[in-house]
Design a protein around this ligand. Structure first.
Ligand SMILES: *Cc1c(COP(=O)(O)O)cnc(C)c1O
Length: 223
């Protein structure tokens, strides 16, 4: 098990080494020992999608791990992760952003956030559309949030074999990212991260400008 995790990690890191993209190892559903294996190999950037699992793992593992939340966050659970979370990829509402700011302030921290966009053709309920994105970015109240930083966008492509479709969805997200980056630059909006690409589609995401890829099964095997 250890050997294959090492091989998989090395292979992915070597593919990324010639690009701008950084790896987030998606550790959801995997037991602590596998996370510890990655840690012992020197890799310490982990992504989880559920608050309870994330906080349990945080408590049991070394404190120099950089944790990313990549799944839906219910407003009332923000307080549990605010003391330690590095980045929240899945912000989908102004209300949530306001709560993250409040909890970050209580912890005397600044939490980096990505706005999750709906780019897939699939009719999921996840992610903002463009209009909702601009409503958040243009909000006057946002300017008063001193304990969050909006650093980019996140998106998930349609789950399909059709590479052209996946590519065109990533292209759309990248062009939106570039537009926001060029037009919004305030105290707490500084775009630099584009989180897109998972085990099945990360090579395409990198070609289309991803700066963060979220990879689970290609490291650990299928869940
Ligand atoms: C599970 C998950 C991933 C990783 O998926 P793999 O296919 O295992 O690489 C990436 N992003 C999100 C939001 C996820 O929930």
């Amino acid at each position: 098990m250890k050997e294959s995790i090492k091989e998989n990690l090395d292979e992915i890191l070597s593919k990324l080494s010639t690009t701008e993209a950084k790896l987030i190892a998606v550790t959801k559903t995997h037991p602590l020992e596998k996370l510890q294996t990655l840690y012992d190999l020197g890799f310490k950037v982990f992504g989880e999608n559920r608050v309870q699992e994330l906080t349990e793992k945080y408590e049991k593992l070394p404190k120099d791990i950089e944790w990313h939340l990549i799944g839906t966050l219910q407003t009332n659970k923000t307080k549990y992760i605010a003391p330690f979370i590095s980045m929240i990829h899945s912000v989908e509402s102004f209300k949530l952003l306001k709560e993250i700011n409040k909890r970050a302030k209580q912890n005397e921290r600044v939490i980096e956030c990505l706005l999750q966009m709906h780019i897939a053709e699939e009719d999921t309920k996840f992610g903002l559309d463009e209009k909702e994105l601009y409503e958040i970015l243009e909000s006057e109240e946002l300017k008063t949030f001193e304990n969050i930083k909006l650093v980019g966008l996140m998106g998930m492509a349609t789950f399909t074999e059709n590479e052209n479709q996946v590519r065109s969805e990533f292209k759309k997200l990248k062009s939106l990212f570039d537009k926001v980056k060029a037009n919004f630059n305030t105290e707490n909006i500084t775009f630099r991260e584009l989180s897109m690409g998972m085990s099945g589609d990360y090579p395409i995401a990198i070609e289309e400008g991803a700066t963060l890829v979220r990879i689970g099964s290609a490291i650990f095997g299928s869940r």
